[in-house]
Design a protein around this ligand. Sequence first.
Ligand code: ATP
Ligand code: MG
Length: 346
Amino acid sequence: MARSINLAVIPGDGIGPEVVAQGLKVLEAVLPADIKVETTRYDLGAKRWHETGETLTDAELERLRGHDAILLGAIGDPTVPSGVLERGLLLKLRFAFDHYINLRPSRLFPNTASPLAGDPEIDFVVVREGTEGPYVGNGGSMRTGTPAEVATEVSLNTAYGVERVVRDAFERASARPARKLTLVHKNNVLVHAGHLWTRTVERVGREYPDVTTDYLHVDAATIFMVTDPGRFDVIVTDNLFGDILTDLAAAITGGIGLAASGNINPGGEFPSMFEPVHGSAPDIAGTGKADPTATVLSVALLLRHLGHETEAVRIEEAVTADLAERDGTARSTDAIGDALAARVAG
Ligand code: ATP
Ligand code: MG
């Protein structure tokens, strides 16, 4: 456990800087006095791209590599063509720092309205593969723009890549009370990749006899996520299915203002990056309406990743308590951050 944290901060666009400021406030408040945080700010995102045409230079990538972890607000702006910042910044970081785990805990907090009927029990974690699948950019288009166009988008799945994410998911499942792992894929149709995933879960699962495993096709998984979310504990899935399932998971747990995520390089060779699931929300930027809770929960994931479990739990308990006391009165971004900082310090 490190006695100091050398943190890179990418506030980004829209509400990004607003929510990140609250995340840092809570981070400072939760750490004991003998653990120092040193933050370095990187001004990346839409403004930078407009001014210089740059998204992330190789020199910046090199400097980012030297940090213990990265906290990101949000990247994206309607004035930047779609894909420029995603590919040039977010995916570049993910591939350069080998963030092969995309971690999304999904929990329905008390006093938080789920769009699902009744009072569902929701407490599961999605472990989404981060560096393979259809996201590798392997494919192309022939006769582009003509009626005879043919486009392919190859989904890459390697034994190495699948095994390491499956192993990570088993580790996480074995550390949770329910000890259950669900593989989500579509192995009746996507037979090549699907069977690799299925075989890998079976094989690695033999090393984890205390973890129960099961399998769902992704279409069935979307149904269960709505009709019986309590059946899930840890879900392991590929990059594309994970992308879709995690948005659904955020929706059923009362929304985007609360969902945290980590792009993780588990071995620590490269810095992992933590960020709220929501985007830059330009519609509410500058109004003080952004809920910083997702960012604060991302800080908890960051601390847990760096070995500061006690502080991570303290933040999660503070969020739970804060949500339990919400009565519908609107509070500003700052006010929520202050309340959470006071709770974790007290
Ligand atoms: P991006 O392309 O950056 O993902 P987006 O518009 O697709 O942006 P979000 O930025 O996540 O998606 O915003 C979706 C909606 O949710 C918006 O109406 C926004 O105001 C709202 N929203 C997003 N984040 C928050 C937050 N932290 N607190 C309150 N509302 C939010
Ligand atoms: Mg979006």
